[in-house]
Design a protein around this ligand. Sequence first.
Ligand code: PAF
Length: 274
Amino acid sequence: MKIIKTIEELQQIRKEISSSIGFVPTMGALHDGHISLIKQARANNDIVIVSIFVNPTQFLAHEDLDKYPRRDIADQKICQLCKVDYLFMPEINSMYQGDDEVLIKAPKIASYILEGLTRPGHFDGVLQVVLKLFNLVLPTNAYFGKKDAQQLALISQMVKDLFLPINIVECEIVREADGLALSSRNVYLSEDQRQEALKISRSLKKAGKKIGAGEFKVKKLKKKMLEVMDTLDVEYLAIVDRNFNEVEEVQIGNTIILIVARFGNTRLLDNLWV
Ligand code: PAF
């Protein structure tokens, strides 16, 4: 595996690749969720490129940018074990060369609800960096987890709206044995908070069971889910269609149930695609 630190080197290497490229953009602190994306990229492409870049423009002023976990050495080992060909780890000032650059605006309606409501501008920053990375890597396939459902939808829309010749691959959520969805932010949880956090996946499981038994009414499903999460600080529980419009009834194949709950300063996200 080759570690690439500069944009010039990446562009040079990219020019020499004519076969398929699977790309996994990350912010590091790699866990089994990322590994599953890398494995899918490895299985379906000739060359695999992973990027690690903690992107400042997607963090709001008060958010955890400085505290965001950084584990470069461990991450490099993981990528090596996963047979990544190139690991791109650029510096901040090479990715953002000035304060007054061309900006990408995420679509208003889809980006200022749910995650975007409490994190206004977050998705502008995500799309900005993902577009830069896509333009550098020029991948055939790019892999994103369904856990960040809104991010995945907005990246897919960007690819469609800007006619980018890239296939976005949607990857399943990876969970701990006890159901907790994997996240780089799980390391912030105390043991007690971690136990409490299990109520998120339990409530999703409960909703899945109820839907399986024929209960499609959103009001009733939400009530049952909130009972499971009774002690949690739930920021939002939303049941939406694939365009992120709130719905009154679940429609199989076209519904996502999304939860964000807070544990101290840590926000955990989870969801179920029905
Ligand atoms: O999901 C993430 O880790 C980030 O939002 C991404 C897509 C790497 C952009 O910084």
